[in-house]
Design a protein around this ligand. Sequence first.
Ligand code: ZN
Length: 128
Amino acid sequence: MPCPCGSISPYETCCEPFHKGKSFPATAEQLMRSRYSAFVKQEVDYLRETLWPPNQKHFDEIAHRSRAENSLWLGLSIYDIGGGSEQDSRGTVLFNARSMANGKLQEQVENSLFRKRDGRWYYVKAVG
Ligand SMILES: [Zn+2]
């Protein structure tokens, strides 16, 4: 079974080590993909932990858990990447996360901003 993030690698060697805290994404794109697969795998704690630390206190656990559990996750497409490499400290990822909820197709198209602190990438916010 390929990882739900769209990689050809199996979950066990792709996003699971990130979700279990055994390793950390090296790029903004990897973090983006692992956050998507965290919704699929209902790893809600990971969604909080990968939020930019000053924003973690505003994390709505119930809303995220409900969204993770009540959606059928159909796939992630990455459209554009700006920065976010291992050498960068910030980057953007434009993506489309498709899901089905309450019988309706939802396409979340978002340009997300990521920043690195102490060697770890975090999701900051949507910038478009
Ligand atoms: Zn993955």
